[in-house]
Design a protein around this ligand. Structure first.
Ligand SMILES: CC(C)(COP(=O)(O)OP(=O)(O)OC[C@H]1O[C@@H](n2cnc3c(N)ncnc32)[C@H](O)[C@@H]1OP(=O)(O)O)[C@@H](O)C(=O)NCCC(=O)NCCS
Length: 147
């Protein structure tokens, strides 16, 4: 059974290694994850299958507008609805820290993630040309606005 847990210190090293596999040079370090734990404006969820960490999604809330980052599900666990469930929980539970509107960036070629976000109700509001490095690529900006 997949469970979703708040980010804890003991998860940070594994998350950074998984990110390195998935996002390469853009991966967060162990310290990047660790620093969010004490932030009252951040909310991070980790998906686990038993003791194994298999996914992550998090956000930082600024005055009700929450920036979602670090969304991934480990290869081998994809297409089972885990990201969808994790993001729904993230958006619901982060109301507790005042998040009302949700935004994120996604690479313009990332078809799987774009489909995921649109299924969840995110609407594309623009493009940030050349936003990403490694490789250079445009970002699509998505929002769910509840205000
Ligand atoms: C994007 C990602 C997080 C999706 O995780 P997932 O757990 O496989 O997604 P889900 O199973 O919850 O899929 C939910 C919906 O997203 C869409 N989707 C997910 N993967 C898809 C794919 N490979 N192709 C097309 N649509 C896809 C579908 O609409 C799917 O609904 P459906 O199964 O009813 O068709 C995962 O592929 C991943 O980790 N990718 C690498 C990291 C990444 O790109 N992160 C996003 C950065 S912005």
């Amino acid at each position: 059974m997949i469970v979703y847990d708040r980010l804890k210190s003991e998860y940070c090293l594994t998350l950074s290694l998984l990110e390195k596999e998935i996002f390469g040079e853009d991966a967060w370090s162990e310290d990047d994850f660790r620093e969010t734990i004490c932030c009252d404006y951040a909310y991070y969820l980790v998906a686990k299958d038993g003791d194994e960490i298999i996914g992550c999604a998090g956000l930082r809330n600024m005055c009700g507008d929450a920036d979602i980052t670090n969304v991934f599900v480990r290869d081998g666990y994809r297409r089972r609805g885990i990201a969808e469930e994790m993001l729904k929980k993230l958006m619901e539970e982060s109301r507790g820290i005042g998040a009302r509107n949700f935004t994120l960036e996604v690479r313009s070629s990332n078809y799987a993630a774009i489909r995921l976000y649109e299924k969840l109700g995110f609407v594309s509001e623009g493009v940030r040309p050349g936003f990403y490095d490694h490789p250079k690529e445009d970002a699509l900006i998505y929002w769910i606005r509840n205000d």
